[in-house]
Design a binder for this molecule. Structure first.
Ligand code: GLY
Length: 317
């Protein structure tokens, strides 16, 4: 008899400054747990880690609260440009799209590109692929994101980034917030996959490339996988996802790899968070930002990091 692994799942909806308003925290928790329940159910029924990750990313992209897909932030010119990537640890294959507009689920194109000879496409090429695949045109703009951009335009774009969460309760929170969504899954075959999707930082220069469609922000081998959220430039400078995964692949425990990598990031004054899994089923999370909006299912119960203490760099279960 083939022994099956206990599936594991962790997802995130961004990282940033302190969440203000318990109503907002409850709403985010409910949104994350609803997605966890559906995606963990798929894994428990034998879905592959890759397929579960794609479904989880679709659900997070479709929730207008999070900065990916519907509800993406606007760039400096008032346009939405989204980036997403997918990495299957079993095949160690990375695919993604950079700065694509007018589609509902960028992760679907990343999934299509998994088996393509050209696996990362940027703006014009990604749009051409969407046209070839007859992906319907879709407007990801929400009223809240438009109001946020109009306000910033009136203030002459003083803020460096848009809000991580499109919730009225969080509107007064500190301006330094960051959004992205991500999913990491371990399936019953012991295979790992990871996906990450974002609308970017918000208010950025046209052509700026996010970490979310780079191995710095989304990386997996057969040993471990990591999805990052936060300031893309900081994530790229630390090459965080690949750094943690390579450490685990070389024999370090996931807990130690996260602790060491986040210790280095803190010393370098970086601002981000990450979620991770290894092939033994360890779930881990880390942040140098004040909060990380992550939730997980460890096979026995669901938990989250929404009110996880400031000052703590890494947690695991
Ligand atoms: N981490 C998302 C971005 O900086 O684009």
């Amino acid at each position: 008899m083939v022994l099956k692994m206990q599936p594991k799942l962790i997802i995130h909806g961004g990282a940033g400054s302190s969440l203000q308003g318990k109503g907002g925290v409850a709403a985010v928790r409910e949104a994350l747990y609803t997605i966890i329940e559906e995606v963990y159910g798929l894994l428990a029924n034998g879905s592959s880690a890759k397929d579960a990750v794609v479904r989880g990313c679709q659900l997070l992209e479709d929730n207008p609260r999070f900065n990916a897909g519907t509800g993406s932030v606007l760039q400096s010119d008032g346009q939405i440009r989204m980036s997403a990537s997918l990495m299957d640890g079993a095949t160690q294959s990375f695919s993604g799209v950079i700065n694509i507009s007018r589609i509902k689920n960028p992760i679907d194109l990343a999934d299509f590109l998994q088996t393509s000879p050209d696996r990362v496409l940027s703006d014009y090429g990604a749009a051409e692929l969407a046209r070839e695949l007859q992906v319907p045109s879709y407007n990801a703009l929400t009223d809240l994101r438009l109001q946020e951009w109009i306000q910033e335009r009136q203030d002459n774009f003083q803020r460096t980034m848009a809000g991580v969460i499109a919730e009225p309760e969080f509107a007064e929170a500190s301006s330094a917030r960051r959004g992205t969504i991500g999913v990491v899954a371990l399936d019953t075959e012991g295979k790992i996959a990871v996906g990450t999707s974002t609308g970017g930082k918000g208010f950025e220069r046209i052509g700026r490339v996010s970490d979310s469609a780079m191995p710095a922000g989304n990386y997996a081998t057969q040993y471990a996988a990591v999805s990052c959220t936060g300031i893309g430039e900081d994530i790229i400078d630390e090459c965080l996802a690949a750094r943690v995964v390579v450490r685990v692949t070389d024999g370090m425990s996931l807990k130690d790899a996260m602790q060491r990598s986040f210790g280095e990031a803190k010393a370098n004054k970086r601002d981000f968070g990450a979620i991770a899994l290894d092939r033994d089923g360890t779930i881990a999370w880390g942040k140098t930002s004040q909060v990380l909006l992550a939730a997980y299912h460890n096979g026995e119960f669901m938990g989250d990091t929404l009110e996880w203490g400031e000052g703590e760099l890494v947690g695991h279960c």
